[in-house]
Design a protein around this ligand. Structure first.
Ligand SMILES: NC(=O)c1ccc[n+]([C@@H]2O[C@H](COP(=O)([O-])OP(=O)(O)OC[C@H]3O[C@@H](n4cnc5c(N)ncnc54)[C@H](OP(=O)(O)O)[C@@H]3O)[C@@H](O)[C@H]2O)c1
Length: 263
């Protein structure tokens, strides 16, 4: 089975590199197409077996799966440019583009019978740790649903949702990684004021956040359960927590996510 990835930037490049070391496609079955020859050369240097080209039409010529990973405003011209070949080969089409809906893709394809998948990873796809949101249109076969789930499980964790939940999910995961970094940044500022060098503060907070996530996963618990385990009655943790709530921490996080989701 062959896959063509059009656009080799943050998302497309990481997808190609990640899939090349996975089990779904052999590296030699992956073709990446992109106008920037330097970007292509870097991919080739990382994974010599991957096929690289600057011609999108040639890239999709024998593809069973086509991934478009270009900026949202380029999806239409890119799809229109490869449309004759898509019409002949009928590959599974995976779109990685914020805000592009199945109705848009059907319009660009001038055909509403393609199997379409909408995918939103976050930047942690570069280290195979992305929560990847996936929506299928009603044409996708069960076999292809399983294939796509496996592809993105190997690049982190595939999360299947409805197309109508994509904007909300994008706020939580794709934007959400920035909010997680913002917590780490704020905690670092406090730790530095408390007398730690930045590299020591970062080491402490990185491992605290990593450990928190691992604990939730390991114990299968929600945050409240783990929070109350740390809160000695009348102790320092609950004092800090209540101060954060008073200063609007919870409200700021909720309001920020709502804003990002357009609510
Ligand atoms: N970045 C994120 O966190 C994130 C998260 C979720 C979803 N997304 C979605 O993922 C998509 C890609 O984003 P990105 O961050 O990967 O963008 P990016 O880093 O700019 O990558 C896009 C790549 O496409 C190339 N390209 C431009 N025109 C092309 C064409 N006609 N044919 C083939 N390739 C072409 C670009 O080359 P040049 O640089 O030479 O123009 C660039 O390397 C976007 O639609 C975005 O909404 C991004």
């Amino acid at each position: 089975m062959k896959i063509a990835i059009i656009g080799a930037g943050n998302m497309g490049g990481a997808t190609a590199r990640g899939l090349a070391t996975g089990t779904v496609f052999k590296a030699a079955e992956i073709t990446v197409s992109e106008p920037n020859k330097e970007t292509l050369a870097k991919i080739k240097a990382d994974v010599p077996e991957i096929n690289i080209m600057t011609d999108n039409l040639a890239a999709v010529a024998d593809a069973d799966v086509v991934v478009t990973a270009v900026k949202p405003w380029l999806v239409q011209p890119v799809i229109e440019g490869i449309r004759p070949t898509l019409a002949k080969r009928r590959p599974l089409i995976i779109s990685i583009a914020a805000g592009i809906k199945f109705a848009d893709l059907n319009g660009f394809l001038a055909d509403d019978t393609f199997q379409l998948v909408s995918v939103i990873p976050n930047t942690a796809i570069a280290i195979k740790q992305s929560p990847t949101l996936i929506a299928f249109n009603d044409k996708v076969s069960d076999e292809n649903k399983a294939l796509v789930k496996k592809m993105f499980d190997e690049l982190g964790s595939a999360i299947i949702i409805d197309e109508k939940q994509m904007a909300a999910g994008t706020a939580v995961t794709s934007c959400g990684i920035a909010y997680a970094f913002e917590y780490i940044k704020a905690a670092m500022q406090a730790a530095i004021e408390l007398g730690f060098y930045p590299h020591v503060a970062k080491a402490m907070i990185d491992q605290t956040v990593l450990g928190a996530v691992e604990l939730l996963e390991h114990n299968g618990t929600y945050p409240d359960t783990e929070i109350y385990k740390v809160c000695t009655p009348g102790g320092i943790t609950i004092k800090g927590l209540n101060e954060m709530t008073k200063e609007g921490f919870d409200h700021a996080v909720i309001a920020g996510l709502m804003k990002a989701a357009g609510k």
